[in-house]
Ligand binder design. Structure first.
Ligand SMILES: Cc1cc2nc3c(=O)[nH]c(=O)nc-3n(C[C@H](O)[C@H](O)[C@H](O)COP(=O)(O)OP(=O)(O)OC[C@H]3O[C@@H](n4cnc5c(N)ncnc54)[C@H](O)[C@@H]3O)c2cc1C
Length: 412
């Protein structure tokens, strides 16, 4: 190619352009295409195979899969099923939720690598000729017609304009779209960040979901041949921890979870450790004319409860329920139509963030700032552990959620 010649601006048009192929974007893409709507999903990465995605699929999401007739195939994708959520607080092992007591049709949490979940949606979406998923395509800004958002400016290996009647931002907690639209963010904050690394599995048989000790906390996800570790640190302390050296981190991890001793050598250097920053925030307003934000782009969720993926899916279902019929007709989608999505989803999102903040403050922060000496489990956790029906209530809140959505969007 002639390096001096400007690259040609391409342009395509569609009814709906979704930015971001995470849980919110892929589910919404599937639902709108199923309703016969011409839909383009832009994903900046070449594939979904990224390490740091939430792995928990809750009963609320499986209920949606069931309503879409996808559940049998979905459950054939390799996964682990967990009903009882337990954590080790110091020496005490406490049960904090029991999904088998929720009455949900699929009474377990499925642990499935998120790339498998997203690939599943992409494969199932192939049956809809009106769904175009553009990988390696990064949104870089918005196109405006007066004060209305009229599509997205993207880089697809060359400049590309996607003109759309509706643009939906599903581009996650660092959303460029919400920033480009000038939408105001209310920061709630999180006291922690996460160090994310893999430790090879040895002969250990003990399930090791969450461990909390004075000054330390870690969640381990079983990914078959290795443990995916999420080691929680006080926000902003990464440089300090790094300065102590990788050996010190390895020693801290093994002290917290002795069964990891056999595989900890896999963490060879800081190149094997990723810093994931945790944010909790929300937009005051999720819309502009021609634009809707959902999922983390509208409200960044903390990892607490492993709910963010499922809330993103619920947002997508609600958006399709409220907008698909209008989009399937030739009618214009007004800002009030879009605001109906925020009205529907704001309460469940606020309740869930409130729960996350309570846990962040009373358990995570309290544990991380706890000095030496034995860590006493919080009173609330001890009460829930002692009263099994309360474990059903906590599970219902986490795994089914507030105001669960059901699929009502049309099928073309
Ligand atoms: C450390 C950590 C651990 C977590 N663990 C869990 C968990 O176990 N379970 C759980 O349910 N939740 C978890 N969460 C929360 C969860 O990850 C999010 O709430 C959820 O992923 C939100 O889904 P989403 O589709 O809105 O956004 P995302 O999953 O962030 O997806 C956004 C997508 O948009 C793409 N994208 C971004 N910018 C652009 C652009 N400009 N152009 C095109 N594409 C773009 C991204 O590549 C990505 O694929 C965790 C969060 C953190 C920080």
């Amino acid at each position: 190619m002639d390096a001096g010649r400007p690259r040609k601006q391409r342009q395509i048009s569609t009814r709906c352009c979704i930015v971001g192929g995470g849980p919110a974007g892929m589910m919404l893409g599937y639902l709108l295409a199923r309703a016969g709507i011409e839909t383009v999903v832009l994903e900046k990465h070449a594939d979904f195979f990224r390490d740091f995605r939430g792995d928990t699929v809750h009963p609320s999401t499986m209920q949606v899969m069931d309503e879409l007739g996808l559940i049998d195939d979905f459950l054939k994708v390799p996964h682990d099923e967990l009903q009882k959520l337990e954590g080790c607080f110091g020496k005490a092992r406490l049960r904090i939720a029991d999904v088998s007591r929720t009455g949900a049709k699929y009474p377990f949490i499925a642990f499935m690598p998120q790339w498998d979940f997203l690939n599943f949606l992409r494969d199932k979406g192939r049956r809809f000729p009106n769904l175009k998923i553009m990988m390696n395509t990064e949104a870089i800004g918005l196109i405006h017609d007066g004060d209305r958002v009229a599509g997205v400016r993207a880089d697809a290996g060359g400049p590309l304009d996607i003109r759309a009647d509706l643009t939906v931002a599903c581009d996650g907690r660092h959303s460029i779209i919400r920033r480009s639209a000038g939408l105001e963010v209310e920061e709630i904050g999180a006291p922690m960040d996460v160090l994310w690394f893999r430790v090879g599995k040895g002969a250990e048989t003990e399930s090791m979901f969450a461990r909390i000790e004075a000054g330390k906390m870690m969640v381990t996800l079983d990914r078959g041949t290795y443990w995916q570790c999420a080691y929680v640190i006080v926000k902003g302390r990464y440089d300090e921890i790094k300065a102590r050296g990788i050996e010190a981190l390895r020693a801290d991890v093994v002290a917290l979870a002795p069964p990891l001793r056999s595989g900890i050598a896999d963490v060879k250097s800081w190149d094997d450790v990723k810093l994931l920053t945790v944010a909790v925030n929300r937009l005051k307003r999720w819309t502009r004319p021609g634009l809707l934000c959902i999922g983390d782009a509208a409200h960044a969720m903390s990892p607490i409860g492993g709910v963010g993926v499922n809330i993103a899916v619920q947002d997508a279902v609600a958006s399709a329920n409220l907008l698909a019929a209008k989009l399937a007709s030739d009618g214009a989608v007004s800002e009030d139509d879009l605001a109906a999505v925020q009205r529907r989803r704001e309460f469940p999102m606020r309740m869930t963030q409130a729960m996350q903040v309570i846990v962040q403050t009373n358990i995570v922060s309290a544990a991380l700032k706890h000095g030496n000496g034995p860590l006493k489990p919080p009173l609330l956790a001890r009460i829930v552990n002692a009263v099994p029906w309360l474990q059903g209530l906590t599970a219902k809140f986490i795994a089914v959620g507030v105001r669960p959505e059901h699929v009502h969007s049309p099928k073309a």
